[in-house]
Structure formats: C-alpha cells, structure tokens
Design a protein around this ligand. Structure first.
Ligand code: FRU
Length: 473
C-alpha cells in the first residue's frame, strides 16, 4: 500500500476508535429505564400531560452542553412511561427571556381563544427568566400548540403575569370545575401564590400559602396542587413543592394535605410538612395533570448542590421513575404513598422471601427486586463491586431507614455527594416489604406499600455485581 493511503487508513481507524471511546464513555452512564436526553443538560420535568394515549414530558433543557445554560423546553412522549420517543424542542428562549419551568393544559373548553373553532389548543404556561440592570426577574407567559403539543407558538401578549419579582416562577395551572375557571399556583420566594383566570390570559390574585417556623431561609420552587381520593372515598387536596436552602445543603420535595375551596389552600395538619422522598436526588417533582385516573408523579433525579459537577457523559440529568401516588390516613396523620407505576412490571424483576441472610448476584442490567420478610431488628442491604459499595439500612429497632453511598463517591461531585440520608419510620407493620429499583446510576428504594421512598444516584466505576443482605442484630 502506498504511504499516503496507509496514513489515510490509519487516521480513519483512529477516528472510528476515538468515536467508539467517546460513545462508550458517554453511554457508560446511560440508564436503561430512566429518561435522559440524547445530549446536553436536563433538569425539572415540565408540562406533564396525558392525551390521546401518550404521556408527554417536557423538560428543562440546554441542548448545547451538559450544563444549565439558557433554558429551553425539551419534549418526549411515551405510551408506557418507560420508553420515550424524543421529539423536537418545544420552546426556545426568546427576547423576553429563557424558558423556565411550567405546566401545560389542554383547553378543551376553548377559553383562551387560541386556534380555530373546533380545535382544542394545548396551552403551555411557563416562566420567562430575564436579566434587567444586573438582577434576574421572572414573569409568566403562554405558548399554544394546535398540533397536539409538537410545535408551539408564543402568545403575542406575553407576559401574562408580571409582578416585577425575582424568584417568581414555575406556574402549575389546572381547571377548577366547581367554579369553571383556571387556577394557577406559582411560587414567589417562600410562598405559593394562587391566581384565577377565565381565559388563561388575565389573572386575578386570590391568596398566599406559606408557613412560619424555621424555614425562612428556604426558597420554594415547582408547586403543584391537586385533589386526591382515598380508598375509602374521602377527598383531600395536596400541595406539593420543592424547597431548598440557598446553599443547597437542604433540598427536598415537601407536601401538605388539606383543603382548597377555589380561593385558598389550608393544610389540615398545620405542623411541619412531610417529605415525599428522603433521598438526596429527588427534586422538582410534579404530577401529570390529566391521566387515566391515576395521580402520577415524576421528578428530576438530582440535587442542585452537585448536579453540574457529576461525571460528564455527554448528557447530564436523569428523571426518576414515574410513581403512582395514593393518599391514606395513617395513625400518624395523612400520608402520601408511592410505588413505581404498574408499567414497571416490564423491568426484569424478582420477588425474594427473605428468611435469612442472602447474597444475590447482579448482572449489571437494571432490575426491580421485591423483598418480603419478618426479621424484627431489620436488614442491611449492600450493593457492591470489589471495594465499592452502597448501603441501605432498615433499622427497625432504632426506627430509622438510611442510605449511604460514601463507599462509591463520584470524585468530581465534591463532598456534598457523600452525605448519608436518613428518615425516621415507626415500623408498625408485622411483615416487612420493600423494593429496590436498580438502574445504571441510581437506586430507588420503597418501603412498605410505598410509605417511604428514597432516591439516590451513584457513579460506581463498574456496575455492582452483588447484593449482600445481612441481619441487623
Ligand atoms: C427547579 C428550578 C425551577 C426553575 C428551573 C430552572 O429545579 O430552579 O425553579 O424554573 O429549575 O431551570
């Protein structure tokens, strides 16, 4: 072969090799069953809606790099909440600002006047985030779609709600049938403001919901408000929101159970709010506005403390598995229970009756493991590969469940990633049931019928090969 041809062949081989290396590096951390974008950055799920057989998920997205750049709304849809088809970007930043979080409604009553007679427009209500004289301000705007949520036109009259505030964002809008009007809940600092509208364009202020007592240094984000019915037919309203301290040492999805009369939300138990998930990597969770009767919640599986420092793999950001919520009255008061949606049966699974210590081999594939046992003092579950480990303790005697990933830290993520998460739990049941949903970079733990949920990312150098289960004596 002539020297020039030989060089060309060599460099072509090098290019292919390099591409393969990059692909392996990037794909190494791609989960099997959790939503990620093909590239770029994602955070909060937005505009969650079910229509004509598809679940649509829009999401905070920066397509040009794995960092929180100027925000767009990405878009994907799925028939089973697990396998997603990525569609074109739905909303791009414009002269009014970046596109922060929000929601989508299907305007079947045609109150907004968007579109032609007979068409039911989809209306996205979102936050425009912009800079003015060195300050970041936020206001609410609209965009509508006449093709079932694929392409959107921004409303010419934007913004529709502007109070000149910072930290005024993440509108969640729903139709309130008793008064045949739209209700918006939107955060403003450490407060959820409630507005109403007849046409989605003009909004009238109704009330503020906030709490006092030790949470003053928090900022609230991503509110949601919805009615739920218990298995006994009792109805209550649930206020969901994401709270963080500005240094992100504390980030959590919180909920309150109470009543909403079309004007204000009043929690029934004015005590401290409940946490929806005690893991470090569960944030910005909101529910699908319309579904087949279920109330399904999905969050961003991450934490602002280190989200932008996690291993760089071409894409950054993962959503949690969608979970079905149930509301129940327990001996301790109203509680939300959550388990992975029934569609998760398609994930390879095993049910294990735990009558003694066990060592289960893991194949590196995603798996859903369900356990049933009655050992009174509790169990320690250790996911391991050589010296790397992640530990979950169900400590019945001390009434604590904990998750600890200090044995497999992501070096780039800094010390916040090494925190151990704990929750107190009363353990009143005789039989213990719990399950683990294990994917390439995450473990989601559910205790009981979903009374406790814990979500944690991990970045092990190699997939875990064993799950060791030992008794706590
Ligand atoms: C929550 C959040 C929202 C905001 C969005 C920006 O994670 O901070 O309050 O709209 O992310 O991407």
């Amino acid at each position: 072969m002539r020297q020039m041809e030989k060089n060309q062949t060599q460099s072509a081989v090098q290019i292919v090799q390099r591409e393969r290396e990059l692909e392996q590096r990037y794909e190494r951390y791609r989960p099997y069953w959790h939503f990620t974008s093909p590239g770029g950055w994602i955070n909060d799920p937005n505009g969650l809606i079910y229509a004509e057989g598809f679940f649509h998920m829009y999401y905070q997205h920066y397509p040009n790099g794995p960092v929180h750049g100027p925000m767009h709304w990405g878009h994907a849809r799925s028939k089973n909440l697990l396998q997603w088809e990525v569609l074109p970007i739905a909303l791009y930043p414009d002269e009014l600002g970046e596109i922060f979080s929000g929601s989508i409604v299907c305007d079947t009553e045609r109150t907004s006047g968007f579109g032609e007679e007979g068409e039911a427009p989809w209306v996205a209500v979102f936050t425009h985030h912009y800079e003015k004289n060195g300050s970041f301000l936020q206001r609410q705007s609209l965009a509508y779609s006449l093709d079932g949520g694929v392409t959107f036109e921004k409303y010419k009259g934007n913004p529709v709600l502007d109070l000149g505030l910072q930290d005024f964002r993440d509108p969640k809008v729903f139709w309130y049938q008793p008064e045949r009007c739209w209700i918006m809940v939107v955060v403003a600092g450490q407060c959820v403001k409630v507005f109403r509208s007849a046409n989605l364009k003009r909004w009238e202020y109704l009330s503020d919901f906030t709490i006092t007592g030790g949470r003053e240094n928090e900022i609230w984000e991503c509110p949601d408000l919805f009615e739920m019915e218990t298995e006994d037919g009792e109805k209550r309203w649930v206020m969901l929101l994401s709270a963080n301290t500005l240094d992100y040492r504390y980030t959590a999805v919180l909920y309150f159970v109470g009543d909403f009369d079309g004007h204000s939300f009043v929690p029934e138990e004015q005590k401290k709010p409940m946490r929806l998930d005690f893991g470090r990597d569960h944030y910005a969770a909101v529910t699908y506005g319309q579904t087949d009767g279920r109330r399904i919640v999905q969050g961003w599986m991450n934490c602002w403390a280190y989200a932008q420092k996690l291993p760089e793999c071409g894409f950054r950001g993962v959503m949690t598995i969608p979970r079905e919520l149930k509301l129940r009255k327990t001996a301790d008061g109203w509680r939300l229970f959550q388990l992975p949606v029934k569609e998760c049966r398609m994930i390879a699974g095993r049910t294990i009756f735990l009558d003694g210590e066990k060592r289960l081999e893991l194949s590196g594939e995603a798996v859903r493991l369900r356990f049933c046992c009655n050992h009174v003092n509790g169990w320690k579950l250790t996911l391991c590969h050589r010296s790397q480990r992640l530990e979950i303790k169900i400590d019945v005697q001390n009434k604590v469940i904990s998750m600890d990933r200090t044995g497999c830290l992501a070096e780039s993520a800094g010390k916040e990633f090494g925190e151990i998460c704990r929750i107190e739990y009363p353990f009143r049941e005789n039989e213990q049931k719990f399950e683990l949903l294990l994917d390439v970079t995450s473990v989601e733990f559910f205790y009981g019928d979903g009374a406790v949920a814990g979500t944690m990312l991990y970045f092990a150098r190699e997939p875990f090969t064993w799950l060791e289960i030992t008794k706590i004596e």
